[in-house]
Design a protein around this ligand. Structure first.
Ligand code: BG6
Length: 510
């Protein structure tokens, strides 16, 4: 099915011939996400013609070695499969530039190389720098791009930067990074990536809310009892991730960015228009309205932190969090977090948003569920048997992207018995094809100059304010709130169920 918005985006991007420079090109992100995304755009005919890709990193690789290394992973992960002929053409657009990230000379040579590419293309071209290195190099890279003049707009050709996460580790470090980014690139040329915003169903949230007139009148505390946002992952610390993760934890790794972005999309007011600032103005208001619990005791009462112990996931035995590779055996970092979040706005007064994220849960799934208040019991409460609870709108972000609505229905037969049933929409069957990967959309957006699905400076900082406040609450008392435990492969700690039960609610089973 053709999508006019995507066609417009593609045609805008196609008019912007550019070179994509990936800094940190030998890493996993480049191999597993960025290059397969660019390849898939090419496969769909959506990659602007003349695009060149230059990977820069410290390893002493040749162009050929880099291309081969990308090819072997693309074969494994590419969404549309791997076509030899297409890859043959694609790989010719890819080259490698070896340099230390702190080496001024390396950036000077990079600049020469980019000029050469521009000349081969018959004139100057646009440049998109993607900082995909380890976060410790972000400052150096930005500073050197600036010193080499690679940040400058030239004769009508733009220079933009995409900065990967984590964007800081707390508010002061995020502000510091923002200062460096903005000293080098203009805010309108800065794209702070949050790949959850590129997921089809996350994008569909705005369409669902604002293109369907039935939802807006009931999208508030009069009709909605509560909202749940769950991100479950079955994996643990594979691939050496423990080193990074043990310093970050579930709250910083996923709630600060992905889950608060989803929450903002659910809770925001209708924007005045669909411009990047129109949408981001409304999201940032939500982040500013998140309640900061007044005391450490209240922080503790509204949050649960936990680590997994040894257990079984998908039938296989796995170790506990503290036994994972590169994790401190006495670690006090959470691999699971559950929060009760209040959005203190008129629309959401009194409606809790329950947010949870955990590693080593039974499966990988992310969903948002909007739980509506029960219908008044006047008609059916006198009947024998239980009246099933209310309506639930479920937005499945992944996998099996789609939307379902739980409604109460009469069971066929002479007696008046009720059962919940589900109206279900699946992307794959309705649109007949798999959704593009988030990075495909986001790379295309950055080429087309559309920052709507990227976080603005103030959004990132507001999100950190909220997260830092929780972290401070956890560490404010001499005896910080207990680290709860759950067996790997289970749905999290009992404390998390208790957080819900204390208000008469339960987590939705995914
Ligand atoms: C990353 C986190 O940002 O998102 C990871 O650092 C997490 O810990 C990943 O696993 C999840 O992304 P996705 O798209 O697989 O849900």
């Amino acid at each position: 099915m053709s999508n006019p918005f995507r066609e417009e985006l593609v045609s805008q991007a196609r008019s912007e011939v550019c070179t994509v420079v990936i800094l940190g090109a030998t890493g996993d992100l480049t191999h597993r996400k960025l290059v397969p995304a660019l390849y898939n755009l090419a496969a769909e005919g959506e990659l602007p013609p003349g695009v060149k890709i230059v990977g820069m990193a410290r390893r002493d690789w040749s162009d050929e070695y880099f291309r081969d290394s990308l090819e072997s992973i693309n074969r494994e992960v590419s969404r549309s499969g791997h076509c030899e002929e297409l890859w043959g053409e694609f790989r010719e657009c890819v080259s490698y530039h070896c340099s230390e990230f702190q080496d001024a000379e390396g950036y000077r040579k990079l600049s020469e190389r980019l000029d050469e590419i521009d000349r081969e293309r018959g004139g100057a071209g646009n440049r998109l720098f993607y900082i995909a290195s380890a976060p410790g190099f972000f400052d150096d890279i930005l500073e050197h791009l600036g010193k080499a003049g690679l940040n400058a707009e030239r004769a009508g050709y733009w220079s933009r930067v995409i900065v990967e996460k984590p964007f800081g580790t707390d508010l002061p470090s995020a502000r510091h990074l923002n200062r460096i980014v903005n000293a080098t690139f203009q805010e309108r040329d800065t794209y702070r990536i949050d790949h959850y915003l590129g997921k089809e169903t996350a994008q569909n949230l705005m369409v669902l809310r604002f293109a369907n007139a039935i939802f807006e009148p009931i999208w508030n505390s009069r009709s909605i009892d509560s909202v749940q946002i769950t991100c479950a992952e079955h994996f643990g610390m594979e691939g050496g991730r423990g080193g990074y993760y043990d310093k970050a934890g579930a709250l910083r790794d996923m709630v600060q960015n992905h889950l608060l972005q989803l929450l903002s999309l659910v809770a925001m007011e209708p924007p005045t228009d669909l411009s990047a600032d129109g949408v981001r103005d409304e999201k940032v208001k939500v982040l500013r309205s998140l309640r900061q619990w007044e005391t450490p005791e209240l922080v503790a009462a509204n949050t649960v932190r936990a680590q997994y112990t040894a257990g079984h996931v998908n039938g296989k035995p796995v170790v506990g969090y503290r036994e994972e590779d590169r994790v401190d055996p006495e670690s006090m970092t959470e691999a699971y977090v559950a929060l009760r979040v209040m959005v203190d706005t008129w629309r959401w007064s009194g409606v809790p948003f329950y947010v949870r994220m955990g590693k080593r849960l039974p499966k990988k799934a992310t969903e948002i569920s909007v739980h509506f208040k029960d219908a008044p019991g006047v008609l059916f409460s006198a009947l024998p048997g239980r009246v099933p609870g209310g309506n639930v709108l479920v937005i499945r972000i992944q996998p099996d992207e789609g939307i379902s609505l739980r409604i109460i229905s009469k069971l066929p037969g002479a007696s008046l018995r009720m059962e919940p049933v589900k109206m279900d929409f699946h992307y794959a069957s309705s649109f007949g094809k798999s959704s593009p990967e988030a990075y495909e959309r986001l790379l295309l957006d950055a080429m087309a100059g559309d920052a709507t699905l990227f976080a603005r400076r103030d959004e990132v900082e507001e999100a950190w304010k909220f997260i830092d406040h929780l972290e401070r609450g956890w560490h404010a008392t001499e005896t910080p709130p207990k680290m709860a435990e759950y067996a790997a492969g289970s749905w999290g700690p009992v404390e998390s169920d208790a957080l819900m039960a204390s208000e008469g609610r339960t987590w939705r089973r995914l």
